[in-house]
Design a binder for this molecule. Sequence first.
Ligand code: PLP
Length: 394
Amino acid sequence: MKFTEYPIESLMYITNRPEIVFTHGKGSWIYDNEGKRYLDFIQGWAVNSLGHCNEGMIEALEKQARTLINPSPAFYNEPMAKLAGLLTQHSCFDKVFFANSGAEANEGAIKLARKWGRKHKDGAYEIITFDHSFHGRTLATMSASGKPGWDTIYAPQVPGFPKADLNDIASVEKLITKKTVAVMLEPVQGEGGVIPATREFMQQLRALTKQHNLLLIVDEVQSGCGRAGTLFAYELSGIEPDVMTLGKGIGGGVPLAALLAKADVQVFEAGDQGGTYNGNPLMTAVGYSVISQLTAPGFLEGVRARGEYLRAQLLALSEERGFLGERGEGLLRALLLGKDVGNQIVEKARQMQPDGLLLNAARPNLLRFMPALNVTNEEIDQMMSMLRSILDSL
Ligand SMILES: *Cc1c(COP(=O)(O)O)cnc(C)c1O
């Protein structure tokens, strides 16, 4: 179908989108309405952890759709229990609440921390977050985020989110008062431009929060579920947080998110937390397939190897073209261009013929790479050669 034949004008305007309609995908490739294919290094925004239309996910979705779609959130169901069990087995956490989006999982983490503060810390409610962080698009998670401009766009903000600087422990210490209940951070800032918290900083934060009896909350919506080369990015620094949120990759493309907590932090009482779709079997069955595949023997080793391979390729390109290097963890990486040509490269990459390439510029001076975790080295080579030809044409 031609682009103009779709009733696009009925959609609410929220952002500029190119004049193409995506119709189908497989693995690292996605196809548009004209039949053109694109090598996909965005993957639904670091969401399709197993690429497009993964067979295991399809099987789980089809089977569950024929079995039970929704018994209501007031009852247990089998996939919700099985996925919770898998997540606690493979993490340091004991309790799981399922939600539908990363923002909603983070709202849950904020509520849990505030309730814990009410119960154990004399009503303390402030959560220290970080400049350039991203925690979602609800009012509270926008207030928690350190994205420039978000403090005024829907003012007034939800109060209680003082901002510190990532990798600067003194900036956190300075903000701690009697009102502080928690520190919340992304182990790798994703939207902020793929900036990893250092191992040392994570360890300092854990020590500082213990010392002041504060909760440490990791927002692993982007860094979690294998993206950083370990199942969860907090593992990289050898610490154990009190609370973690997951989203994006946990559903492999379907709307699923989770809030995880240590047993002694779980203070919700009946009626404190909920949501119509929480733990619905259709999505949790898919999540179970995803996490089972990520934790299968050898899979995460493979992610680390491919992450290293991508890292080496990006470094070589950076040296070749005089860029400023690269950074990231696992298969969440950024190439530092040194000038604001990111958006121009993204446009050219998509428009390339005969095949296009989907990339993202999380900031104008860098490119972010978030391929499927099962991307092949050949696909990485293909992406690199497409990128080189775009750079040649600039
Ligand atoms: C994407 C993202 C969110 C928000 O998730 P949604 O599913 O869009 O609500 C929150 N935190 C981080 C770190 C993210 O990358």
